[in-house]
Design a protein. Structure first.
Length: 112
């Protein structure tokens, strides 16, 4: 799945302890109707790829149990470009609750 969209294509929805949930509102058909869960940094640093894969697997199992597989697409873990994550973090900052602003979006860069 191509991830060549801009931070302006994303809208902040809500967040929990470990992630920010946003929706896609851009022109790319592959992303229409999608929700993105962006990991936040923690005391131990940025979330790892392994953590993201495990989180997606657990969420898929819960969603399938609650809603059935007919209505929920399988979650995919994708890597956004570092520049997009930084721009999204800056864009969402004012929309986020004051008490959540000290924890920023996670940025774990991987060599190509």
């Amino acid at each position: 799945v191509k991830t060549n969209f801009n931070a302006e294509d994303l809208e902040y929805l809500c967040e929990g302890e470990g992630a920010v949930l946003c929706s896609y509102h851009g022109k790319a058909k592959d992303w229409r109707g999608c929700l993105l869960q962006l990991s936040k940094d923690s005391a131990s640093g940025a979330a790892s790829l392994e953590t993201a894969l495990l989180r997606a697997k657990v969420q898929q199992a819960l969603a399938s149990h609650c809603f059935g597989t007919r209505f929920i697409d399988e979650a995919q873990v994708v890597a956004l470009p570092a520049a997009t994550v930084r721009a999204t973090d800056a864009q969402f900052l004012s929309a986020r609750p004051q008490q959540q602003r000290q924890v920023r979006l996670g940025l774990q860069e991987h060599p190509e």
